[in-house]
Every structure is written in C-alpha cells, then in structure tokens.
Ligand binder design. Structure first.
Ligand code: AMP
Length: 216
C-alpha cells in the first residue's frame, strides 16, 4: 500500500498520515519531520537546512529526493508507506515515479486534503507540537493538555520556527500555490487523485480516507 497525502501546509496531512499509517500498519514518511531533524545537527548541511526551513522556502529537489529514495528502503516500509509532504514539485513527482518504478512499486492513491486559506491561517498560527511524539494540538481549537500529551504523556510543546503567520501567508502558501498545487492536476490526469474535505473533525476525515483506501 503506497500513498501520497497532498494538501497545503496546515491541511492536516501529518495528523491523518499518523492515524492512517497505524490503521494499515504502514510507514509514515514526513519529509518535513526528517528534514527538521536533519536541520538540528551542527553540520554545514544542518545549518543550511535550518535557514531554508525557517524561511518557509523549499529544500532542493535533489536533496529531498535523495532522502526519500533512501528512506523507503527501511524495514518499516515493507508493507507500504504514506508520503507526507513529498512530492512538492512536478520535478519531485517525476523523480518519485522513477524511484518507484525501479523498485516495482505502484502508487495506490494520491489523497488530497482540501482546506480554505482562512482556516489554514488559524490552524498554523495556533499550532503546538508535542516535543516527544509530535502529536499536533492547536491553542484555539484543541490546546495541549495541562497534564501532558494524550498519546505519550510528554510534557513539553514546541512551536515550529516556520509557523509565523506572515511567513506562512507570504511564503509557504504562495510556494504551495505555485509549486505544489499543479500536482493536483498531474495526479488527476493519472487517475490517482482522491479529494477529501479537510475541515471536518479529524476522526471523520480519517473515516473517509479509510473508506477510499478500502475501495481501491
Ligand atoms: P512540512 O512539515 O511538510 O510543512 O515541511 C516543513 C519544511 O520542510 C518545508 O517548508 C520545506 O522547507 C521542507 N520540506 C519538506 N518537504 C519538502 C519537499 N518535498 N521539498 C522541499 N522542501 C521540503
């Protein structure tokens, strides 16, 4: 089972990918999480990544594609994987196609999660992430519990350095519309695209995604 979760930043791709990967016992590969952890290293690459990610810009196609090419070989991908945050450009999508072909892997579906821009902005400006398990909360709709994370009991949250409202509107959302949104058509033409409304409660969205997966 091999899926791509597509959608603007803040659409809930990460939240859904976590739930769905558990449900089907497949790996959740978030390029954002992988790159963020690489960016914490005090190396030349780590520092360069930190700068790019903090500014909300995209990491080079070559670097991120190389990361994905290696990551899909890990043991936890044996039953399949969900790609969350990759591909983000047509060039990445074309590289992915070659990588998957080499390994005889075919994509089952590309699941697009749709959310209006006003809602995205609220979600992003309130986002709180559990430092330990990366579960996502929101200070407006679903605040981090005072007794700690519901999933792992972790007590600390982190705020992503790229979750600044201005940077989000002027850079990340713009980048999404320019570079990533064309993938909707790209995968639609390949008859792989399924869209879900990302504004209902997370459990309802998961149910819809599970239904799509079971029907394909
Ligand atoms: P995300 O957690 O998916 O929002 O990703 C956070 C940041 O990581 C993005 O703003 C980019 O700087 C970088 N990133 C993640 N995935 C990619 C990708 N496929 N291509 C380029 N940059 C990426």
């Amino acid at each position: 089972m091999h899926f791509i979760f597509l959608g603007p930043p803040g659409a809930g791709k990460g939240t859904q990918a976590k739930i769905i990967s558990k449900e089907f016992k497949i790996a959740h590969l978030s390029t954002g999480e992988i790159l963020r952890s690489m960016s914490l290293k005090e190396t030349k690459t780590g520092k360069a990544l930190h700068k790019i990610i903090s500014q909300g810009l995209l990491v080079s196609d070559d670097l991120v594609t190389g990361v994905v090419e290696e990551r899909i070989l890990f043991d936890d991908c044996i039953n399949g994987f969900i790609l969350d945050g990759f591909p983000r450009t047509i060039i990445q999508a074309e590289s992915l196609e070659k990588i998957l072909k080499k390994r005889n892997i075919s994509l089952n579906n590309v699941i697009e999660i749709n959310v209006k821009e006003e809602i995205l902005i609220k979600r992003i400006s309130g986002r709180q992430v559990c430092e330990k398990c990366k579960k996502i909360y929101n200070k407006f709709f679903d605040p981090f519990p005072i007794n700690g994370c519901l999933d792992c009991r972790g007590e600390k949250i982190t705020i992503r350095t790229d979750d600044d409202v201005d940077a989000f509107k002027n850079v990340r959302l713009k980048k999404y519309n320019q570079e990533t949104r064309p993938l909707v058509n790209y995968y639609n033409e390949k008859k792989l695209l399924k869209s879900v409304d990302g504004t209902s409660p997370p459990e309802e969205i998961s149910k819809k995604i599970i239904k799509i997966i079971k029907n394909t």
